[in-house]
Design a binder for this molecule. Structure first.
Ligand SMILES: [Zn+2]
Ligand SMILES: [Zn+2]
Length: 356
């Protein structure tokens, strides 16, 4: 997610499109409290769904909501025609790690997540998206088990909110970088009606799943259905990737600017399997929230367009040009990393040989 600090205050007004596609964005937090203001922001950028933080994502503990703020959130949702059960996808704090092998630290994470889930239920929100965490170098299978055990606990201590696990970019010791990981966790959840998956397109691409063209896109979703199951798909994060395929870097980019490219998003918005669930943009926006409005309009513009449409082809070229400096920078870094890895492997195999 891009930083929310110092968001520009200017009048933004994008008209919402009536559609089965619930395209929206993660609306930044503007000051403490007043959670209802996020609904107003979402509406102003023309979003049919939205994500938000339930509390300060950099702190373990935040003050509870005041009853008047909860009432206001619900009132504005009703007024602006957002159903909190289906159209709002809060994002958990980034430091929550339910896979942490340290028993004290994992308990802190659990309490933070449970507090988030209670906040969801107070607000009438039906979905809660979070990162599956990291094994921190410990046994991977055990880490997935810990994650599932904690989710079972959290589900048993709440009433209706669905825990939505996000796929990761496969960096470091993070869990959830593969479809197999996601499957492993779901398998161990007792109440499977209370668990879902959020696929982040940037993370998937960075983890090595190539969704950039129709072939890769089709294969990825077939694999997703086979390994995880489409019925668990509860949301998407729509982000292009600044880093190349398989770079394991979590670097979001504006749609069409990155290595993933606009075709992936054209395919997504023209596929009925993605109707009815939150499709959340988390692209970099600097201080200008209206960028989200532009991106939503871009996605809507892609609806009904074929891959050989001349305007689409021109748009691909235009956006790739805008993203060229960022791609160049990240590609150079990636090449360096691969070379370093290769050199490391060469040294390791030399050492192995010399030991023989
Ligand atoms: Zn995401
Ligand atoms: Zn990310």
């Amino acid at each position: 997610m891009a930083k929310a600090k110092g968001v520009e205050k200017k009048a933004i007004s994008f008209v919402r499109t009536a559609s089965k596609l619930k395209i929206g964005a993660h609306v930044p937090s503007e000051g403490a409290g007043a959670i209802g203001s996020r609904v107003v922001s979402a509406n102003s950028i023309g979003a049919n769904s939205f994500a938000l933080f339930l509390k300060n994502p950099k702190r373990w503990v935040s003050a509870p909501y005041e009853a008047k703020d909860v009432a206001e959130f619900k009132r504005i949702c009703l007024e602006m025609k957002y159903d909190p059960l289906t159209d709002v996808l809060p994002h958990g704090s980034y430091f929550i790690n339910l896979a942490n092998p340290d028993p004290v630290k994992v308990e802190n994470s659990y309490n933070c997540l449970l507090d988030d889930l209670h906040r969801c239920e107070d607000l009438g929100i039906g979905l809660y998206n979070f990162h599956p965490g990291s094994d921190l170098g410990s046994d991977h299978t055990e880490a997935l088990k810990r994650l599932a055990t904690n989710l079972n606990r959290a589900i048993s201590e709440t009433k209706f909110v669905k825990v939505v696990i996000e796929n990761m970019a496969g960096h470091g010791n993070f869990v959830g970088g593969t479809l197999e990981d996601l499957h492993e966790v779901i398998e161990q959840i007792d109440d499977k009606t209370r668990v879902g998956i959020c696929v982040d397109t940037c993370h998937a691409f960075a983890a090595g799943y190539d969704l950039s063209d129709i072939k890769g896109f089709t294969e990825f979703w077939a694999k997703f259905d086979e390994i995880v199951g489409f019925k668990y798909l509860s949301a998407l994060h729509l982000n292009d990737s600044k880093a190349p395929l398989g770079a394991n870097r979590d670097l979001h980019e504006r749609l069409g600017w990155g290595f993933l490219g606009l075709e992936c998003f054209r395919l997504l918005v023209n596929d009925a399997r993605f109707e009815g669930i939150p499709l959340i943009l988390e692209v970099p926006f600097g201080k200008d929230v209206s960028i989200f409005g532009d991106e939503i309009k871009l996605l809507e513009w892609l609806v009904g367009r074929s891959g050989d449409d001349s305007e689409f082809v021109a748009k691909v070229v235009e956006l790739q040009k805008l993203g060229a400096p960022n791609r160049k920078e990240q590609e150079a870094k990636f090449v360096k990393k691969v070379e370093k890895r290769k050199a490391g492997k060469d040294i390791a195999s030399m050492l192995k040989k010399s030991k023989k």
